[in-house]
Design a protein around this ligand. Structure first.
Ligand SMILES: NC(=O)c1ccc[n+]([C@@H]2O[C@H](COP(=O)([O-])OP(=O)(O)OC[C@H]3O[C@@H](n4cnc5c(N)ncnc54)[C@H](O)[C@@H]3O)[C@@H](O)[C@H]2O)c1
Length: 386
């Protein structure tokens, strides 16, 4: 185990360093004074890569959190932990046994989620596992079964569910304000840079926009509309010419009878993604607009502009003028809300907004789209989890 100089003072040094850098990028709000009398939760982060470091930054700037340890196998991660003054471990099981954190954030490559998640469950430690819950349904199932058998919670990092626009969209659709939901439409179209594809796995099956990006949108649609019953899809690799798809058109049938369509492409120059339109994503410019449309018998909702459209007339049909209304949001941030929610899960004050079982169904629906495109047939979610 690596213990940087003065690591026992880690709370102060980590917090001041991270608060400066995170504030400089405008991604986190200044924390209030940690000296106030309040309960402190000791979190550990397993996997301090791209998103793991964002979690570290959030933990360090949170007034009720101490970043108690980092586990990673990479030398750069050890240096990073040293900069923060946080105890570092190259083996995550040793971290769990020595640090005994109150909660753990698992930000490892997908294939390692199952092992790390099970290690936390065995020790009775609640975890926030980054999305997808696992790389296969059978790994997801083992996490679901163990979490439910031990009653130790897993929260899965589908962070969009903590975003005010997605929360409000779910409330509006489920309140019946739109009337019976008839149809749903969505888009995720962006242009990934050439260098992104230097990593060989991103050119192969499983490394494309369906499993990397679409899983977020599928999770949002399930959360807002309800369970997906079956899918169809057509895929193309014409633009980039790799083995993996670059563009997919998806047809969705929801269990409540609504139909949906979704277009995804990583080869289109456009701002029509949730990342761009919501202003909530970490590495994307904010370009206000919409990426999801929910169509009901009485009204329709565009998200994330949160515009509700309805006819203004007595007959209320397509020839009547429209009125529209903007729904106000609370201005909070998805990642900040997610960590607050994780703290409530750890203290037993909340059950996970995205449980292991829930996240398994998002994985199943996303894998179903991959199967549907390759086998050119309707695929049900039921057969994916059988
Ligand atoms: N919710 C989001 O916004 C979001 C964004 C990006 C990635 N993710 C998810 O987060 C996870 C990590 O993605 P990333 O982009 O940060 O990957 P990454 O490759 O940047 O980071 C993974 C880290 O895990 C470490 N690691 C690998 N094997 C290890 C082991 N056996 N023990 C300890 N550490 C080990 C690596 O050294 C690396 O630092 C993935 O599941 C990904 O899907 C989520």
């Amino acid at each position: 185990m690596y213990k940087p100089e003065g690591w026992t003072n880690r709370g102060t040094s980590a917090n001041s360093l991270i608060r400066r850098s995170a504030l400089a990028t405008g991604k986190v709000a200044p924390s209030s004074n940690r000296d106030e009398a309040m309960t402190t939760t000791r979190l550990a982060v397993i996997g301090a890569g791209l998103i793991g470091r964002e979690h570290c930054a959030l933990a360090c700037t949170h007034p009720r959190v101490v970043l108690a340890g980092i586990a990673d196998t990479a030398l750069e991660a050890e240096h990073y932990a040293g900069q923060l003054g946080v105890p570092f471990f190259s083996d995550f099981e040793t971290l769990l046994d020595e640090i005994r954190p109150d909660g753990v954030i698992i930000a490892l490559p997908n294939a390692l989620h199952e092992k790390a998640g099970l290690c936390c469950l065995e020790r009775g430690i609640p975890s926030l596992i980054e999305k997808p819950i696992a790389d296969t349904i059978s790994s997801a199932k083992s996490l679901v079964e163990k979490s439910e058998a031990t009653d130790v919670p897993i929260l899965v990092g589908h962070h969009r569910r903590h975003s005010p626009d997605i929360r409000e969209a779910r409330r509006i659709v489920r309140s019946g304000e739109l009337g019976d939901l008839v149809a749903v439409n969505g888009m995720w179209m962006a242009d990934k840079p050439e260098a992104y594809f230097d990593a060989e796995w991103r050119r192969r099956r499983g490394g494309g926009p369906v499993l990397i990006n679409l899983i977020h949108d599928i999770d949002c649609l399930r959360h807002i509309v309800g369970e997906i019953e079956s899918v169809r899809a057509i895929a193309s690799n014409r633009t980039r010419g790799f083995d993996v798809e670059d563009t997919v058109s998806v047809a969705l049938r929801f269990e409540n009878g609504a139909l949906g369509s979704f277009l995804i492409s990583d080869a289109v120059a456009s701002p029509f993604t949730w990342e761009h339109t919501s202003g909530q994503a970490l590495y994307f410019p904010h370009q206000p607009g919409d990426c999801y449309y929910f169509g009901g018998r009485e009204a329709s909702l565009a998200v994330p502009s949160m515009t509700v459209w309805r006819h203004d007339g007595t007959d209320k049909n397509w020839q009547d003028p429209f009125v529209h209304q903007r729904v106000n949001l609370d201005g909070s941030g998805a990642y900040q809300n997610q960590i607050d929610h994780f703290l409530a899960v750890i203290s037993g004050d909340a059950t996970p907004v995205v449980s292991a079982r829930d996240a398994m169904l998002s994985l199943a629906a996303t894998l179903a789209i991959d199967v549907a495109a390759r086998e050119d047939r309707i695929v049900t979610i039921r057969e994916m989890i059988a």
